[in-house]
Design a protein around this ligand. Structure first.
Ligand SMILES: [Zn+2]
Ligand SMILES: [Zn+2]
Length: 270
């Protein structure tokens, strides 16, 4: 039986600024500042409740990004309320929040979604309090999440990969953070992988490495060259590179959280 096909909408919920290029792509142009968008993804389909991937920078406290020497802006059209309304949904309609990880620009607004169960890898929550990536895990977010564990049915912590619906697979990866999670979704364009911050910039990290020259000369199948450059922000370089390789190898559609290439390639609906 073929797997159901789901729709993914891109929600553009904030823009980040003053980020060093070498933070985004390992050792790339230190000193150059790059702006990037912040996306959330809305997954919908016939047999699932609306699911939201990540919840951005805290809307009531955008200057929280100053803790990393960065800026965040959000226009009135970029609020979660406005972005969901664009696709016919309200905050109350969201029944599931999936976290790629819990960094400062990914888990700020969980408290806006009263009817959502929160699903994430247990080890990401553990890692968030381990003082390895310091200010990237704001105590405001993490304290809230720890409290939610004690609300019956509110949080589901996973310890293994999980297929939460036919064709939607949560996969724990230790690229970027120890508990980062890929969300693999069957779409009409093939397998989409929402890969959090494992990849910040698909072109610079994954497409710039030439193929082995000996093979390139015989590449009559036009296999696309790919690389495995890490982001500049990782906890374990080896794991970060392995995670990039895996996404590039498996995905038909790569959906990072901060890569404007997503909208250029696919628009706001996949
Ligand atoms: Zn991150
Ligand atoms: Zn991020």
């Amino acid at each position: 039986m073929s797997k159901p096909v789901y729709k993914i909408n891109v929600l553009h919920v904030a823009d980040l600024g003053s980020i060093d290029a070498s933070f985004l792509v390992n050792k790339y142009n230190p000193g150059e500042k790059m702006p990037v968008p912040t996306y959330s993804y809305l997954i919908t389909g016939d047999n699932i409740p609306p699911m939201l991937v990540d919840t951005g920078v805290k809307e009531s406290q955008l200057d929280i990004m100053h803790r990393l020497g960065m800026t965040a802006t959000q226009t009135p059209e970029q609020t979660y309320e406005a972005q969901l309304a664009k696709w016919g949904y309200k905050k109350e309609d969201i029944k599931v929040i999936l976290h790629t990880h819990l960094h400062i620009d990914h888990a700020g607004n969980d408290d806006m979604f009263p009817n959502a169960k929160i699903i994430m890898p247990r080890r990401e929550l553990m890692f968030s309090v381990a003082d390895i990536m310091d200010a990237q895990y704001p105590p405001e977010y993490i304290t809230y999440l720890v409290q939610q564990i004690h609300v019956p049915g509110k949080v589901r912590l996973i310890d293994n990969d999980a297929e939460i619906a036919p064709g939607i697979i949560l996969e724990i990866t230790d690229g970027h953070t120890w508990g980062s999670m890929n969300i693999k979704v069957n779409t009409r364009k093939g397998l989409a992988i929402i890969c959090g911050d494992v990849i910040y910039d698909e072109i610079l990290q994954c497409r710039k490495n030439p193929m082995y020259p000996e093979i390139e000369a015989h590449n009559k199948y036009e296999i696309e060259a790919f690389g495995d450059r890490s982001t500049g922000n990782y906890w374990n370089l080896w794991a970060a590179k392995a995670a990039v390789q895996k996404v590039v190898r498996e995905a038909d559609v790569i959906l990072p959280i901060h890569d404007p290439l997503v909208v250029k390639k696919y628009g706001y609906e996949i």
